[in-house]
Design a protein around this ligand. Sequence first.
Ligand code: 2P0
Length: 328
Amino acid sequence: MKQVNVSANANIALIKYWGKRDENLMLPTKSSLSLTLTALKTTTTIALNKEQHDCIEFDGHSDEQLQSPVRSFLETTRALFGINSHFSIISKNYFPTASGLASSASGFAALALGINSLCNLQLSMQEVSILARRGSGSAARSIYGGAVIWHRGDANDGSDSFAEPVLPASWWPDLRVLIAITTTAAKKVSSRAGMQQSVATSPRYQDWLIRSNNRLPAMITALRSRNIITVGSLSQADWCDMRDVMLSTTPSLNYWNEGSLNAIMGVKMLREQHGIACYVTTDAGPHVKVICLAVDAPVIMQKLQTLLGVSSVLESTIAGDPEVEIVE
Ligand code: 2P0
């Protein structure tokens, strides 16, 4: 029986996505830009299931809470493309899930690519990105490696809200993202719920949209010229603004823990007191990501590993495009 194996990687946003203009179609309030990371890999095997139900397994478990978004994604996909079949899906994440390391990005990107191949939908990459977006916003970006932009789009039907590659993974081989893992516990407020609250209640929200939109072209220029100081500074600025939005949300959102604070302060010290080009970003979770160059990675990793509350550190380069293997 035909089976498709997909390997896709999660991404971190340098210019963030935090909020939707359409919850059902998963349309963002603004464009965002990310790097796809080798350290955050998901593999998914998908085949048709002869029985009239979907069979979903994550990391060897059949956890209903994790399965529920996948089930609704499969229903949406069947309705969109007139598919009558059900699927058998086995997915494995090579990093801690549900704690702000964007497993939904790589997971839904892999699923969209897998269903496209398995069901011979012959979708363009734009259409695959739009489909992945219906699973999770950040998944729209993970159908590509390298640096990727996800366009906000203007259309009400979401037809122009898809991701596009900005630069290939090979563009900047010396770029590194270090990930300080501060806990593997699941987060209390999901990204989806948190960003919805921010759009509805944060007085900083509209201001952030303007400032973040202005940063986007500057970030692309800085990536093109491999300027670590500008890339890092712009990324930190957007992260700080997103953090302001989170804190000014009602109820206030905080995804950090003690380890996050120690890592953030540790990186700031290395940058300001030792002149090392290292820059922090975080997402909807407690892990701290550090943008730096390969030459500085060992000393930064060494520092991070000594900090209270940091359990381990992953070193990542920029990942290439997902891989899709069809087994007949
Ligand atoms: C990002 N995050 O741009 C931002 C920054 C978290 C903070 O995309 O509701 O899991 O499935 O679209 O994609 C996390 O949000 O949320 C995220 P949904 P998603 O990477």
